[in-house]
Design a binder for this molecule. Structure first.
Ligand SMILES: Cc1ncc(COP(=O)(O)O)c(C=O)c1O
Length: 349
């Protein structure tokens, strides 16, 4: 059967527009054949625990789920009492892009904080971390941060450590939405645990889909005292895969060697290349730092409209003509150069 799409055509809309990395597909094929116990009692899921522990330390336990929204919902629900709430950035994916899943599916109250760059700080956390003991106010229970952030910025280990120390002093736990944690670690040249376990993060949503998996994310409990009932909640929230071996083997292929790092470095390098290629084009503004694989740009709306007919990407803030361009692990230099040339062409029309 011939493909229904052009396999050479790349978009700049999201890193989940990309297909599956060939090494992941090979791993899925290796796990195929024969029978394995279902619902996570297979040999691949068992082996996965060691792989996660090598990256995140001896206390880590990983629970594969289907998608990132569910990883966040299961993580947060496992960390909170019924009366507790989450403090997060106003731009956080859990607040802006999950269809209200934390609120609707898990009944979780979110306290949002405006931030210029998508990052929380101890001072910003304090704008919502108050009212402890007041039965009228939802009780702050968890601080949730994303790395990379939704605005393409990257928290350093020191920034995360400062947040965790502050949160823990207040009796709050820390959740990290690591849908793009691999991009953050590659951008800084640090191990995954430097941004999580070593910095004091309690529970992590670890991303796989955006970095080359067919599908799959994982709830990773780093501090066993911070989460309760993850195995039960994963089922309750419809995330217990019966053929889990095929999710687990993908993570093994991603994390046992350096595939995660190769993929993240490529996506980040293409982000940098794109920013440099468009930065000096008259009519383009790159308003935010480009620290990983996301590039934000401000363009005249009619240029955006013409460009979107040639390449898919999303408008981020129509009020100011801001768009977001994402590079993925399979974005090539030629893809970036062709896109930058198209930006230049459409601006000179
Ligand atoms: C920061 C962040 N967290 C979570 C998710 C959720 O992932 P999913 O679309 O798999 O539910 C995304 C997806 O875009 C994301 O960008």
């Amino acid at each position: 059967m011939i493909p229904r799409h052009d396999p050479e055509l790349k978009a700049f809309a999201s890193d989940n527009y990309a297909g599956v990395h060939p090494e992941i597909l090979e791993a899925i094929a290796r796990a195929n054949g024969g029978h394995q116990i279902s619902y996570g009692e297979d040999v691949y899921t068992e082996a996965l625990q060691d792989v996660f522990r090598q990256h995140f330390g001896e206390t880590a336990s990983a629970y594969p789920v289907f998608n990132g929204t569910a990883a966040n919902v299961v993580s947060l629900r496992s960390m909170l009492e019924n009366w507790q709430a989450v403090i997060c950035a106003e731009s956080a994916h859990i607040h802006t892009d999950e269809g209200g899943a934390p609120e609707v599916a898990a009944g979780i109250k979110l306290f949002t904080v405006p931030t210029p760059d998508g990052k929380l700080t101890p001072e910003l956390i304090d704008t919502q971390a108050w009212g402890f003991g007041d039965v009228h106010r939802p009780q702050p229970g968890v601080v949730s941060i994303s790395n990379t952030t939704e605005l393409g910025t990257v928290y350093t280990p020191a920034e995360i450590k400062a947040i965790c120390e502050h949160a823990h002093q207040l009796g709050l736990k820390v959740h990290l939405d690591g849908s793009r944690l691999t991009n953050a670690a590659a951008a800084l040249g640090v191990p995954l645990r430097a941004l999580t376990t070593d910095a004091g993060v309690d529970v992590l949503s670890f991303g796989g889909t955006k970095i080359g998996l067919l599908y799959g994310e994982a709830v990773v409990v780093l501090n066993p005292e911070a989460a309760r009932g993850v195995d039960y909640l994963r089922k309750t929230y419809m995330q217990l895969s019966s053929k889990m071996r095929f999710v687990s083997v993908q993570f093994e292929a991603l994390l046992a060697g350096d595939l995660w790092l190769r993929n993240a470095r490529q996506a980040n390098a293409m982000g940098r290349r794109l920013a440099e290629a468009v930065r000096d084009i008259p009519g383009v503004e790159v308003p935010r730092p480009v620290e990983a694989n996301a590039v934000f740009a401000i363009l005249p709306p009619e240029v955006t409209e013409r460009l979107q007919k040639r390449f898919r990407f999303y408008t981020w803030n129509p009020a100011i003509g801001e768009v977001r361009w994402m590079c993925s692990y399979d974005t090539t230099e030629a893809d970036v150069d062709a896109f930058a040339a198209a930006v230049r062409e459409e601006l000179s029309v």
